[in-house]
Design a protein around this ligand. Structure first.
Ligand SMILES: [Zn+2]
Length: 73
């Protein structure tokens, strides 16, 4: 996980991060290099505090959608 920014200006600490998934990676099923699309979800870590403030993690996840119609993965 790569941290892109940490915002401490708000009421809670917001950490923006993304997964390290390689841009050059192909489909694990057929090896075809296909389009990556971004999906995003926010993970709340209620039990975590930093300097007494709650921490929220915005994590961007890249998912591979294989363009090979003959590929089952
Ligand atoms: Zn594939």
């Amino acid at each position: 996980m790569l941290v892109e920014s940490v915002d401490v200006s708000g009421p809670c600490v917001v950490v923006r991060a993304r997964t390290r998934s390689g841009v050059s990676a192909g489909c694990t099923g057929c090896g075809t290099r296909s389009a990556w699309s971004h999906s995003r979800y926010v993970r709340h870590l209620a039990d975590t505090t930093l300097g007494g403030r709650p921490v929220r993690i915005d994590l961007s996840v890249r998912r591979l959608y294989c363009e090979n119609t003959a590929c089952s993965s």
